[in-house]
Design a protein around this ligand. Structure first.
Ligand code: MLC
Ligand code: AMP
Length: 514
């Protein structure tokens, strides 16, 4: 059997001239295609020298850098399973992921080595390396001793390439297992669907621990042999300043909102741009329209998930193979991608006609293999005919465009990051003096949606909202911290005694709006 290693497919798309620039940082560091090839070869040799068993996980919590990109590619090349972790996660969160995934290798920032290595060794990890965002750390020191010649490990389409943890509405986070085949099929589909062409240059300004920045953006550029302008952090001014050298940009809606606030954003800045893509959270129609007016470009919105990579997309252009329409319609996420089947089901499990709202289910070569070591959870989320239940609620309109109208899962999407109220409530409920709490999402001009906590104190106890937020901040990733907290006498309940979160959302809906 021939190998289906995703790295090999990306490597095969490198341009003939390996001395050309593949990645350029905003500070002006340039990495050629040859640099990427050699650096991933050295790092893959290092990983293989560790004699890891088949399917070993490499958990990574490091700041964004080109070397972190090299580490991802080296994991694929060596046949390891890449497990990226949000840099905002704190020790309790990291302890869970490492304990659950049991990685053979952990790579962390030099500054975190003390506490991360302690957790890792406790969980049985054999190797802990460090990687700084300034080309420092033991990982690079060790890799430097290895040859830059490396034959990619043979992988089959069904072999794991990555595990992405996604929180659950109940219980702990689940690791979505994505295969080489899942990611490869999605990369090829998007290359075609979004009309990637020779000369395209991508501005990469997203974090590289989630689907959007790690897979959609990186694979998109590499499978087209396209250069990336690599930004360690999103800075709207810097992105606008570099746009004249680029053709493609991808961002969560907050990135577009922040760029619109910059007076330098206009037709001149975008004159060489071909395509602006948005996703990970709903793009407000106001943002879509304002972007069109200011730049003359129509943002292409698409929809995906950690478990599935990309599922639907507005059209890039009229292409009879895919869609009858060329119009990118704001407020929709476009058509199911080629190879993806999408259906909308009612509460009774029956497929709904056009225009009716129900639960979205999907099937396709991009849909994940299951949740890591959670066969029951996996079985629950798939139907008998193998469709995955997305937890998103929507409809297909009369022209075939998919519209997401909400979620059946209790989830807040804040600036493109998922926040699960159940997790935050669990932490608040354990605090001294707290009887109960409810966390709801409300509209926010910058992040789209943010969490608000409503707390009930135990009889006779006094709790301060600021103290609750401070305590959360000490334990959880910063993006999960509710932006406001209220201590109240009671929570609204229905006749069954269930907290009516819709009433809380209604009550606080204008909290952050002018
Ligand atoms: C930061 N903060 C957030 C936040 N990001 N709060 C809520 N939601 C967020 N997303 C906190 C900070 O910790 C800080 O708190 C305060 O809010 C102000 O932060 P900031 O300086 O304004 O934030 P910044 O560092 O600029 O980050 C904002 C951002 C970032 C939008 C650039 O959140 C981001 O990169 N988002 C992209 C997420 C992403 O890639 N999602 C893709 C998921 S994949 P304090 O208290 O410290 O002041 C997926 C599938 C798919 O969903 O379809 O793509
Ligand atoms: P994640 O688990 O982080 O991958 O987040 C996936 C979720 O993000 C999806 O299930 C949707 O709820 C949401 N999402 C992604 N893209 C869009 C979009 N374009 N519009 C609305 N919601 C989206």
């Amino acid at each position: 059997m021939s190998s289906n290693n995703l790295f090999s497919a990306l490597r095969a798309a490198f341009p003939a001239d390996l001395t050309a620039v593949a990645v350029e940082t905003d500070e002006g560091l340039r990495y050629s295609w040859q640099d990427l090839d050699r650096a991933t070869g050295m790092m893959a040799n290092l990983l293989q020298s560790l004699d890891l068993s088949e399917g070993s996980r490499v958990a990574v919590q490091v700041e964004k850098s080109v070397e972190a990109l090299v580490l991802y590619l080296a994991c694929l090349r060596a046949g390891c399973v890449f497990l990226p972790l949000n840099t905002a996660y704190q020790s309790a969160e990291i302890e869970y992921f490492i304990g659950n995934a049991e990685p053979a290798v952990v790579v962390c920032s030099p500054a975190n080595f003390g506490w991360v290595s302690k957790l890792a060794f406790k969980a049985g990890t054999q190797h802990v390396f460090t990687l700084g965002d300034d080309r420092t750390g033991s990982l690079l020191e060790r890799a430097a001793h290895h040859s830059d010649q490396h034959t990619p490990a043979a992988r089959q389409a069904d072999d794991l390439a990555a595990i992405l943890y996604t929180s659950g509405t109940t219980g702990r986070s689940k690791g979505a297992m994505l295969t080489h085949g899942n990611l490869l099929s999605n990369a090829f589909t998007l290359k075609d669907y979004w009309g990637w062409k020779k000369g395209d240059v991508l501005i990469h300004a997203l974090p590289i621990f989630h689907v959007h920045g790690l897979f959609v953006a990186i694979h998109g550029a590499l499978i087209n042999g396209s250069k990336m302008i690599w930004m360690a952090k999103f800075d709207p001014k810097r992105v606008i300043a570099r746009m004249q050298e680029a053709t493609v940009f991808m961002g969560v809606p907050t990135l577009y909102v922040r760029m619109l606030a910059e007076p330098t954003l206009g037709k001149a800045a975008v004159k060489n741009m071909r395509l602006f893509i948005a996703g990970s959270a709903p793009l407000l129609i106001e943002t879509f329209t304002e972007w069109q007016q200011r730049t003359g470009h129509t943002i292409l919105e698409r929809y995906g998930m950690s478990e599935t990579a990309m599922l639907t997309s507005n059209p890039y252009a009229a292409d009879k193979r895919y869609a009858k329409q060329s119009e990118r319609r704001g407020g929709t996420v476009g058509f199911p991608l080629p190879g993806v089947s999408l259906r909308v089901l009612g509460d009774d499990g029956q497929a709904l006609p056009v225009g009716e709202i129900g639960g979205i289910q999907v099937k396709g070569p991009n849909v994940f293999k299951g949740y890591w070591r959670m066969p029951e959870k996996t079985a629950e989320e798939f139907t008998a005919d193998n469709f995955f239940k997305t937890g998103d609620v929507g409809k297909v309109d009369e022209r075939g465009y998919v519209v997401i109208v909400g979620r059946s899962k209790d989830l807040i999407i804040s600036g493109g990051y998922n926040v699960y109220p159940a997790e935050i409530e669990g932490y608040i409920n354990e605090m001294a003096g707290v009887a109960e709490s409810a966390v709801v999402g409300v509209a926010h001009p910058d992040f789209g949606e943010v969490g608000v906590a409503v707390v009930i104190a135990k009889a006779g106890a006094t709790v301060q909202p600021e103290a609750i937020l401070a305590e959360l901040k000490a334990k959880l990733a910063n993006f999960k911290i509710p932006k406001r907290c209220f201590v109240v006498a009671e929570l609204p309940r229905n006749t069954m005694g269930k907290v009516q979160k819709n009433l809380l959302r209604e009550q606080h809906k204008n909290l952050f709006l002018a």
